[in-house]
Ligand binder design. Sequence first.
Ligand SMILES: Nc1nc2c(c(=O)[nH]1)N[C@H]1C(S)=C(S)[C@@H](COP(=O)(O)O)O[C@H]1N2
Ligand SMILES: [Mo]
Length: 226
Amino acid sequence: MARRAVFLLASALCAGLAPFLAAQENGPLVEPPGPISLDGVEVRSYQGQDLSSVNDFRENSIAGVQHVDRDRYRLAVTGLVRTPLALRYQAVLDRQRYTKVVTLHCVEGWSVTVLWEGVRIADLLADAGYDRGATTVIFTSADGYSTSLPLPWIVDRDIILASRMNGVEVPAERGFPFVVVAEDRWGYKWAKWVTGIEVSSDAGFRGYWERRGFSQGGAYPDPFVQ
Ligand SMILES: Nc1nc2c(c(=O)[nH]1)N[C@H]1C(S)=C(S)[C@@H](COP(=O)(O)O)O[C@H]1N2
Ligand SMILES: [Mo]
């Protein structure tokens, strides 16, 4: 009796395992991951305009791709402000959002046109209570990168800090969690992996590439070497 029970149990187990064993023989059950995992379907045209792909950029960052932990992330808004801020990722996302189609031109000669979505930097600065006499905003990043842009220009042009591109979350390769959409400025003004926004009166501040000879204003298509 006991032997029969063991036999039945063993048969049942084998029958149960059979489909899994068969699947194993037919190859892996999971598709191999693509080059960049996106959380949705990328938008490739918007209001009749063709968009580039999130993958059309050339990754040439100063210290390679940064992987920022979304739970531990804080966006610091500091400098000439009444109340310095340290905003969680979600706290930034929860604000009023804006979209724009903007082209990034890298000094290497390539460009990408993308539908960007994010928050107005001016809104973040207003929350911190910035000094109206300040001239400059300095951006700092997880990889030690830095660059600056004129404060009045950021306010007047509704410059955004983007968390989505072509309808998907900005991937690590493109600057997760936030990238500055510095329209009409060369690509080196588009800080990726932004961790700090500092309000300053140092209009002559020179960031990573500016210290290495790139123009401080960075206006496109003006010459970028001074
Ligand atoms: N933090 C950080 N942001 C950065 C850079 C960088 O090296 N580090 N490179 C800049 C340059 S030169 C360009 S053209 C754009 C786009 O770079 P990508 O093609 O490497 O994404 O990001 C800009 N922002
Ligand atoms: Mo660039």
